[in-house]
Design a protein around this ligand. Structure first.
Ligand code: EPZ
Length: 419
């Protein structure tokens, strides 16, 4: 397995361009199952998760090509309506094929995702919503067997905001008979982006981005060519990198409107931030001030930025409390940060972070996608050498992150696995 080797201490300076958003591309690609035709998407990031959904849809019979950040897919000749365990266990977002398969094929067999490092990750909200639309849902042998003669619009209340749950129900409802009203939905930018592309396909969706989405079912949809929105979490990772290393980075093709809460928090830590059009300039200043953070569904502080922000607090002046309110086990990176000299105490969903003068490099192990990014950040500011193992987690959600950081001046390289 590849590793990443970092010698810390260099301020990062220069310019970087953000890739397309993984969490926007995955639902949009799943939505192609709603129409038996050819689609083309641009600005698709070159990530393992994109290759995973490419393999999944190809196994279903779709004709798929992905190169130079362009994803082309023809879903005219689907022969299978199943997301098998070997795909879903690699990428739980495979569950996003459930809604569109049910809507177009009136049946779907999707492996239950199971839990992951950061939590149990149940899909009860997805299944309850689909049942409200008239689907027959049977769970057996670790699979969801879903079927429906037809889907009929309904009013659906989510117990809590769920990103992929909202996306699955939106895709299931677009071809249903009549009106569907989704309440207490997630409001992430990726949901609004999906709704906009579905409407370009001929759907009739209103309210995406707010807590209530109304969908009037239509008879059929058509294929589109569209671009994927920028990745706000990759953007936030570069912003924290500038603040952490005391450098100055210009981040291009960034959507600062998607990061208002993070920008507010980073400014409170003392970073200078300027937003102009699609560029965010971040300049880190010493000392870094300690700031408390509570992760919440959008537009609150993103849980996907919690680990990265914790590294900044680990070397801040003072004491901060980081509360993780979205996932029940998203502090796995803390034990690895402690190996680098961080002073962090966990109590339930709260991490108490006492800033230390400096971190010291050491061998550490990545455990999930955003924890990997946090360890890369920590290695860039730690004194000495940090060696990160299991970076396949990182490659799921970042497109050549070490190359982007190297171009900003970091002493970082990938050590290929010994074959
Ligand atoms: C999406 O996951 C993202 N993934 C995650 O990004 C992100 O962390 C998460 O939203 C929260 O923002 C994709 O978009 C592919 P949820 P998702 O359903 O949809 C509970 C990354 O790093 N819940 O919004 O799976 C759940 O347990 C990944 O890019 C239920 O109880 O997250 C969690 O506590 C990690 N029942 C909370 O809701 C359900 O049926 C939010 O989860 C569904 C969810």
């Amino acid at each position: 397995m590849d590793e990443i080797l970092i010698n810390g201490g260099t301020p990062l300076n220069g310019e970087v361009t953000v890739s397309g958003a993984k969490n926007a591309a995955l639902p949009v690609i799943a939505a192609t199952l709603l129409v038996g035709d050819r689609f083309e998407f641009h600005n698709v990031p070159a990530l393992k998760d994109i290759l995973s959904i490419q393999d999944l849809l190809a196994d279903m019979g779709a004709d798929v090509e992905f190169h130079d950040n362009t994803f082309s897919i023809d879903t005219a000749n689907l022969s299978h309506f199943e997301a098998p365990y070997e795909h879903v266990r690699k990428m739980r977002a495979s569950i996003l094929v459930l809604g569109p398969l049910l809507a177009r094929m009136k049946r779907a067999r999707v492996s239950l995702p199971g839990g992951c490092a950061i939590g149990a990750r149940p899909i009860d909200q997805h299944l309850n919503g689909l049942a409200r639309l008239g689907a027959d849902i049977v769970l057996e042998h670790g699979y969801v067997e879903a079927s429906a003669e037809k889907l009929t619009g309904a009013e659906i209340y989510f117990d809590l905001p769920t990103v992929t749950g909202t996306e699955n129900l939106m895709m299931a409802a677009v071809l249903a008979e009549g009106q569907t009203v989704l309440r207490n939905v997630a409001r992430e930018p990726e949901i609004l982006a999906l709704a906009e592309i579905l409407n370009q396909m001929g759907a009739d969706i209103a309210g995406a981005g707010s807590s209530v989405i109304t969908i009037n079912g239509v008879k059929a949809l058509k294929p589109v060519t569209a671009a994927i929105i920028p990745d706000r979490i990759e953007t936030g990772t570069f912003m924290v990198a500038a603040a952490l290393t005391g450098g100055e980075i210009q981040i291009h093709k960034a959507a600062h409107s998607h990061l208002k809460e993070l920008i507010l928090k980073l400014e409170k830590t003392g970073a200078e931030i300027d937003c102009a059009n699609q560029t965010i300039r971040v300049k880190g200043n010493a000392p870094v001030n300690s700031v408390d953070v509570k992760t919440m569904p959008y537009p609150g502080f993103p849980t996907d930025m919690q680990a990265q922000f914790m590294v900044l607090m680990a070397v801040a002046k003072g004491f901060s409390v980081i509360s993780e309110n979205v996932f029940e086990n998203r502090f796995i990176h803390v034990s690895e940060l402690r190996r680098l000299g961080a002073d962090i105490t966990i109590s339930g969903s709260h991490a108490m972070v006492r800033g230390v003068p400096e971190l010291s490099g050491a061998p550490v192990m990545a455990t999930d996608l955003r924890a990997s990014a946090c360890l890369v950040l920590a290695g860039m500011v730690a004194k000495g050498t940090t060696r990160i193992s299991r970076i396949y987690h990182l490659d799921r959600g970042y497109d050549a992150l070490e190359k982007k950081f190297s171009r900003l001046g970091a002493d970082i390289k990938r050590i290929p696995a010994q074959t």
